[in-house]
Design a protein around this ligand. Structure first.
Ligand code: CTP
Length: 402
């Protein structure tokens, strides 16, 4: 049994939200409902009130309700589902607006995961602003069950229809099951690129965006884990949820120190960071100036520590270590070598060559290598989906004790 807050918003599909409430109750969950003003024009609050036998949150200023109703419902809920989610509530959630009972409660919901099930006219769904807001919500760790194509209330066909209530209930149930997989486990994910300073204004860096590591951190949270994200240089915003402790590092040395301090408390380490292999022998204390008559500048580099290799040596029974292999050629051969040489339990091999390479993209194509097992080649898909598959596989490994 999970305590689920269902939020109905102003979409013509609001009546289907009521069916979702019933479906979740039949599955044994305890449900409470919040409604926006627009939703109350489409469905009367008396219906969810009769079903849930609990006050329906519609107004922040209702003098007969509990003293701070939005905080009370936010804290009570173990899962928040916005169904149907209008373009308006999606925009508010994406920007953190809190100007009515539902948006305020959703903003105050920090520990419970959120599922958003959009339903709207296809033009509104495809509008760049809505798509931008959806991308933002995904980055914030919100789960989106996408709308389906079909006949819309406007009388024509398009994408924007709410999925059937039974499918939504199943999605929620699957989410709740998978969100137990890493309950009680601590996962450390490293993400982004390290930087090695040449002088106070210049550095050696790499093209890592941090997207894969962030997707893995979000997926681990969804699976119920406590997550520490150790992030180097990233080009996207870092997750801002209390479920993820974010630690910032700059150099390879910083990353190593940070990881060494924490590794013994972790059940799983995922090294998605793109770590510099070389650093300048010395970091010059002042800006290096051009020299008249000498067009050359020599910077002598020295190897950095191989973090994964050294940390994985400290592995105790029950700890699981995942590394990445970024290759431009001979992908599997090189990645297999890393699996053995770095003492990793799993290596995620990805190509960083050319236009379709992993760096910076929202998509990736990876092959998962494990000792004495046939490689698993995943389809080219979003980094979020790949992250879910990796976390699912690692959870299963941890459970089976392999
Ligand atoms: N890694 C690490 N410390 C380093 C270099 C890499 O911990 N100094 C980790 C990466 O986070 C990744 C894995 O090792 O999980 C493989 O990284 P990759 O850059 O693909 O390989 P390298 O070890 O750098 O080897 P090469 O440059 O020869 O491909």
């Amino acid at each position: 049994m999970t305590r689920i807050a269902v939020y109905l918003t102003g979409s013509i599909a609001a009546y289907k939200g009521i069916e979702v409430v019933r479906g979740l109750q039949k599955m044994g969950h305890e449900v409470r409902v919040g409604m926006t003003d627009a939703a109350t024009k489409l469905v009367t609050p008396a219906t969810p009130f009769a079903l849930t036998k609990a006050p329906v949150l519609t107004d922040l200023w209702d003098e007969h309700s509990t003293p701070i109703p939005h905080i009370e419902l936010a804290d009570w809920s173990e899962l928040a589902v916005v169904v149907p989610a209008s373009a308006n509530i999606i925009a508010k959630m994406a920007t953190g607006l809190a100007d009515d009972a539902v948006s305020t409660t959703l903003l105050a919901t920090t520990s419970a995961p959120k599922i958003v099930v959009p339903a709207m006219n296809s033009h509104m769904w495809l509008a760049p602003a809505t798509q931008r807001n959806i991308t933002q919500l995904k980055q914030d760790g919100v789960n989106i069950m996408p709308p389906v194509s079909g006949r819309l209330a406007e009388g024509y066909a398009g994408r924007g229809r709410l999925p059937e209530p039974a499918a939504i209930c199943q999605y929620i149930e699957d989410f709740l099951t998978s969100s137990q997989a890493l309950k009680g486990k601590h996962v450390i994910v490293t993400a982004g690129g390290t930087r090695e300073n040449i002088d106070p204004v210049r550095f050696i860096g790499n093209r890592s965006s941090g997207k894969m590591g962030i997707a893995l951190a979000n997926a681990a949270v969804q699976a119920g884990a406590k997550v520490t994200l150790i992030a180097g240089q990233v080009t996207v915003s870092l997750p801002q949820t209390p479920a993820i402790e974010v630690v910032r590092v700059t150099t390879t040395e910083d990353l190593y120190i940070s990881l060494k301090e924490r590794f013994s408390q972790a059940d799983i380490l995922i090294m998605a960071a793109a770590v510099a292999d070389y650093r300048p022998v010395e970091t010059v204390g002042h800006k290096i100036k051009k020299k008249d008559g000498d067009p050359h500048l020599t910077i002598t580099l020295t190897e950095t520590i191989d973090i994964l290799k050294n940390i994985a040596k400290m592995k105790q029974t029950g700890q699981y270590v995942v590394g990445f292999a970024a290759e431009t050629n001979d992908l599997l051969e090189n990645a297999n070598r890393k699996l053995a040489s770095k003492n990793a339990d799993m290596i995620i091999a990805n190509s960083v060559a050319g236009e379709t390479g992993a760096f910076g993209s929202d998509q990736n194509q990876v092959t998962i290598l494990q000792k004495d097992q046939t490689p698993i080649k995943l389809a080219r898909q979003s980094k979020a989906k790949i992250a879910n598959e990796i976390i699912e596989l690692v959870s299963a490994k941890l459970k089976s004790g392999d």
